[in-house]
Design a protein around this ligand. Structure first.
Ligand SMILES: [Zn+2]
Length: 392
């Protein structure tokens, strides 16, 4: 890909028509095939929008996914979708869990979690069909997003029921990796330009110091030493990353701090510094990180760390806040791009929003009107940066 290539992070708002159709399918009043046709039509529109705006690499919008991780319950055997209320039945410290949900502004009644309730089985598709669908509607380079293997293992493990399939979460992790190997091989065979692993829970591990407040991972509330947890995460992500053949496909790792609410104060704050060793060990081709708000700490200090600076890792620089209605100015984006390019060089830089625009289907953080304005500015910023750095 060329310098400063632009892309979105994955999720886009679902239309009310699509949300309604999904409810009808769940109630048994609409055929899944008809729902699939609707998803494809609207995905084609999302692709056309990106193409019209001049984005260099397109995403699907994840329109067919309930949320960025729970959708796997529909794709992998041995996984059951549970509401927060259903999970409550299995969680020992109910009061603490309830408090977490309240403080975090989490729509507990509507968010579903994929929970391991048996032995996992690969059915031949996690995001493969989504990739094939995209190829029917675009000839632009494609980014396919997958919940990272650590996120998947952590969020699926609810000891009270998951032991029906596996003795420990480590055993579950190996089963997840086996499925990821098969899926990634299938994606590579189909041909894809970039595979992005989403690992937002990593920031929970390093910033909450055991006093977890995550709602995606019930079992994180069993207090754990972050060092041990990071070793486990490194093993899972590094292994999955190894399944991607970097000579054909960019292996990208996206780490953010939660993106489900517009209330900035409840989202996590803190620099990526405690994760640098994990980044170095995993050695992805690219890291997509959020840098549009002060939440992420100093870009300069992060990029100057020798484990990043002296590595070949590309940076997908987050230059817009998906939760903010107003479009960040072109000048702001160019300035951020310059700041990074002057340190790691223009060849190692791509531009993207901090995160998706609708991580949860029932809780988009923005509208298409605003998204288009923001993305258009990003495309302009990339053009300006390419001209500026043409001689360098
Ligand atoms: Zn994110």
């Amino acid at each position: 890909m060329e310098r400063f290539f632009t892309s979105c992070m994955g999720s886009m708002p679902r239309s009310s028509e699509l949300m309604r159709a999904r409810r009808l399918v769940e109630a048994g009043r609409m055929e899944a095939a008809d729902y699939g046709i609707l998803v494809e039509q609207q995905t084609a529109e999302v692709l056309a929008m990106q193409e019209r705006l001049g984005v260099d690499m397109v995403v699907s919008g994840e329109l067919g996914r309930d949320n960025y991780v729970s959708f796997i319950s529909e794709k992998i055997d041995g996984v059951t979708q549970m509401s927060m209320a259903e999970m409550m039945d299995h969680i020992e410290d109910k009061q603490a869990f309830d408090e977490i949900l309240n403080t975090l502004d989490v729509p507990a009644v509507s968010i579903k979690n994929a929970i391991c309730t048996g032995t996992l089985g690969y059915t031949g598709d996690i995001v493969l069909e989504e990739l094939r669908m995209m190829k029917r509607h675009t000839s632009l380079p494609i980014k396919i997003t997958m919940p990272g293997p650590y996120l998947v293992t952590r969020s699926m493990w609810l000891a009270e029921v998951s032991t029906q399939g596996y003795t420990t979460k480590e055993d579950l992790g190996e089963a997840v990796l086996d499925i990821y190997r098969q899926e990634i091989e299938a994606l590579m065979a189909e041909g894809v330009d970039l595979i992005q692993f989403d690992e937002p829970v990593l920031t929970e591990v390093v910033f909450t110091e055991g006093k977890t407040r995550t709602f995606m991972c019930a079992s994180l509330s069993q207090r754990k030493d972050p060092t041990e947890e990071l070793e486990f995460a490194t093993h899972l992500i590094k292994t999955a990353r190894g399944f991607v053949d970097s000579s054909k496909t960019i292996a990208s790792l996206h780490v953010c701090r939660g993106n489900w609410s517009k209330k900035e104060e409840i989202l996590l704050t803190g620099p990526y510094t405690p994760l640098i060793q994990l980044f170095a060990d995993v050695a992805p081709d690219m890291l997509s990180l959020e840098y549009s708000t002060p939440r992420a700490g100093e870009l300069d200090a992060f990029l100057r760390d020798p484990r990043i600076l002296d590595s070949p890792i590309k940076l997908g620089l987050g230059i817009m806040n998906p939760r903010l209605d107003v479009a960040e100015s072109v000048e702001f984006m160019v300035e951020r791009g310059r700041e990074a390019a002057d340190i790691i060089g223009p060849d190692r830089l791509a531009l993207n929003p901090d995160c998706g625009f609708a991580t949860f289907s029932n809780r988009p953080v923005n509208t298409y009107e605003h998204i288009e304005a923001k993305v258009a500015n990003m495309v302009t910023a990339a053009k300006i940066l390419r001209e500026e750095y043409a001689e360098r």
